[in-house]
Design a protein around this ligand. Structure first.
Ligand code: SF4
Length: 171
């Protein structure tokens, strides 16, 4: 999850074709073969994570980015799949408020409001110090699969900071 920081207002970082990108990602995200591969990636992550047995005390630390000094990055397909699967699209105000707090708009009373549809970066990150090392490797391997998925289906590939990627859909 550690990458360069977001713009203070995520909408300032949007490219001119943001709306078209969001449309392309949303149209592709639940086509059967893409949906199946995303679920396979998540299943493989769950298996790999189980083998390491990290402790998660559901503190919500992984979702309070500013407080814990990390960031969540996602691909366009992941963002669209999360929003469509959960049936939730944050408003522009939701995105800006989360960016101002430097946390996730789906963090609700310390819990994830889109848990079954959360991105790879959320599934790979554990604040358990014993997770250092393997979680970075796992995250990179799964990111390669996500990129290959975009390319195999000619879906525009973008990998961006979470609130900025959400802003594409909140225009
Ligand atoms: S999507 Fe869920 S797990 Fe991921 S940062 Fe947001 S609240 Fe946390």
């Amino acid at each position: 999850m550690n990458r360069p920081g977001p713009a203070r207002d995520p909408f300032d970082a949007l490219p001119p074709d943001a709306a078209q990108l969001a449309e392309a990602w949303a149209a592709a995200a639940f086509t059967p073969s893409i949906d199946a591969e995303l679920r396979a990636i998540h299943d493989d992550m769950a298996d790999a994570t189980r083998a390491h047995g990290p402790i998660c005390d559901a503190s919500g630390r992984c979702c309070r980015f500013g407080e814990w000094g990390h960031l969540l990055y996602v691909t366009g397909l992941e963002a669209a799949w999360c929003l469509r699967g959960s049936g939730r699209t944050p408003t522009a105000s939701d995105v800006r408020t989360a960016a101002g707090r430097d946390d996730c708009p789906f963090l609700e009373s310390g819990r994830c409001g889109v848990h079954p549809f959360r991105p790879v970066g959320c599934r790979a990150y554990f604040c358990d110090p014993r997770a250092s090392g393997w979680q970075e490797d796992l995250s990179e391997r799964m990111l390669s699969r996500l990129r290959a998925l975009h390319e195999a289906h000619a879906v525009p590939y973008r990998y961006g900071e979470w609130r900025t990627m959400l802003a594409h859909f909140a225009l």
